[in-house]
Design a protein around this ligand. Structure first.
Ligand SMILES: *[C@@H]1O[C@H](CO)[C@@H](O)[C@H](O)[C@H]1NC(C)=O
Ligand SMILES: *[C@@H]1O[C@H](CO)[C@@H](O)[C@H](O)[C@H]1NC(C)=O
Ligand SMILES: *[C@@H]1O[C@H](CO)[C@@H](O)[C@H](O)[C@H]1NC(C)=O
Ligand SMILES: *[C@@H]1O[C@H](CO)[C@@H](O)[C@H](O)[C@H]1NC(C)=O
Length: 359
């Protein structure tokens, strides 16, 4: 071939290559531009959809959370100021790592879990849930109220105020049914021991957690039978009849961390340890245990329905039923005067808010 012609051919080939490359570049350029445009349009659309929380209209805050008025870390800060040994985060409920919790192997219930580890393992394998639930666990600031059973709640119409809290804790068989104006309608959890639990299945609030607090080894065995829906084999060791059925799914059942009983008794109230065995005057009442739990897990803690007027033995003890104030003198495991002293300090130092002014 003529060298000149060859040169031209090569030159032409190069041109062709260049042209196709340019075309490809163009295509790429157009595609990229389109993609970027799409992304910008999509982002703008997303931004339009996004409404910043509480932009000047506080009524649009999700009902019940009331986060704007929630003081983050308040309870722990106040506890640390008054009780320097206070440890902030202690899990509410037992999870599969419960054996690693300090001292649980050293004490029998109520102060630990000694001898019951196997039953607990079996229960937790089935319940599979060890926290409050996504909605509450994800709150950045939680306001909790512990509703006691005290007669001081009667006719005070505190129901709507109680319902405003994120977490409403109720105790034993203190009913909602028929008392909602005074005690509210919301129940996040009900903490009970077997003798205190509802015997009437229709009184268990739907969507509430059933939380066992174990005061003795057979309480765990009882829960195991409830979770596995087994026939109750023995009622030995209970001081009162206990339910034979709890209408809750395993996923709605929890076991309270015994840390709170031990801490309330020996560190906060200052009860005698008696070698860590439940005995005369060394076991806190469930109400104080629940408050202790809340102090570790809530940003703000309020109480309602707490009051003990030991000078009026014939006054009603509860807002329901007809138990008299004198009945609490029979509870030899508790030390009510010491407990009142502790609760009064919490109120006076503004660690907790007493909605019914009974403490
Ligand atoms: C908040 O929104 C409600 C209903 O949309 C409206 O009635 C109210 O005036 C608003 N409040 C403020 C402070 O903008
Ligand atoms: C939020 O809580 C405060 C008290 O802490 C109360 O006065 C207020 O009414 C609550 N607001 C809502 C919207 O729940
Ligand atoms: C259980 O409680 C419901 C609601 O208060 C009541 O209607 C029903 O009679 C109770 N059942 C028993 C067996 O006491
Ligand atoms: C719970 O739901 C069941 C079924 O919907 C209903 O029969 C029962 O009365 C409810 N219990 C309470 C305490 O609201």
């Amino acid at each position: 071939m003529d060298p000149e012609k060859e040169k031209v051919m090569i030159w032409l080939e190069r041109c062709e290559l260049l042209r196709t490359m340019k075309a490809r570049h163009k295509l790429l350029f157009i595609l990229c531009t389109l993609l970027v445009l799409c992304f910008i349009l999509y982002s703008l659309w997303k931004l339009q959809q996004y409404k910043p929380p509480a932009v000047s209209n506080a009524t649009e805050a999700p009902k019940g959370t009331n986060e704007s008025s929630c003081k983050r870390g308040y309870a722990a800060t106040m506890m640390t100021a008054n009780y320097p040994r206070f440890v902030k985060k202690i899990p509410m409920f037992l999870d599969r790592n419960f054996r690693l919790l300090p001292k649980v192997k050293d004490y029998l219930p109520p102060f630990g879990l000694k001898t019951q580890e196997k039953s607990i393992e079996e229960i937790l394998t089935v319940t599979k849930n060890y926290k409050l639930g996504n909605e509450l666990d994800s709150l950045s600031c939680k306001r909790c109220v512990i509703v006691g059973g005290g007669a001081i709640l009667s006719n005070k119409r505190k129901g709507p105020i109680i319902d405003e809290y994120d977490v409403v804790v109720r105790l034993n068989g203190a009913p909602v049914h028929g008392h909602s104006e005074d005690v509210g309608t919301k129940t996040t959890m009900r903490i009970t021991y077997p003798e205190g639990a509802f015997n009437n299945a229709s009184l268990y609030e739907n969507k509430s957690l059933f939380v066992l607090t174990a005061f003795k080894p057979q309480d765990i065995k009882w829960l195991r039978q409830m979770v596995f829906k087994q026939k109750l084999r023995s009622i030995e060791g209970f001081w009162k009849s206990v339910p034979v059925f709890v209408p809750r799914e395993p996923s709605e059942i929890r076991i309270l961390n015994p840390y709170f009983i031990r801490e309330a008794a020996f560190q906060l109230i200052g009860l005698p340890s008696h070698n860590g065995i439940m005995s005369k005057g060394n076991t806190p009442t469930l109400g104080t245990v629940a408050i202790t739990m809340a102090l570790h897990n809530c940003d703000e803690v309020a109480v309602a329905g707490f009051s003990y007027d030991l000078s009026k033995p014939s006054a009603p003890l509860h807002y329901y039923g007809n138990t008299k104030m004198s009945a609490i003198k029979d509870s030899w495991t508790h030390d009510i005067p010491m407990e009142i002293k502790f609760l009064k300090k919490l109120v006076e130092k503004k660690v907790i808010t007493d909605l019914t002014n009974g403490i």
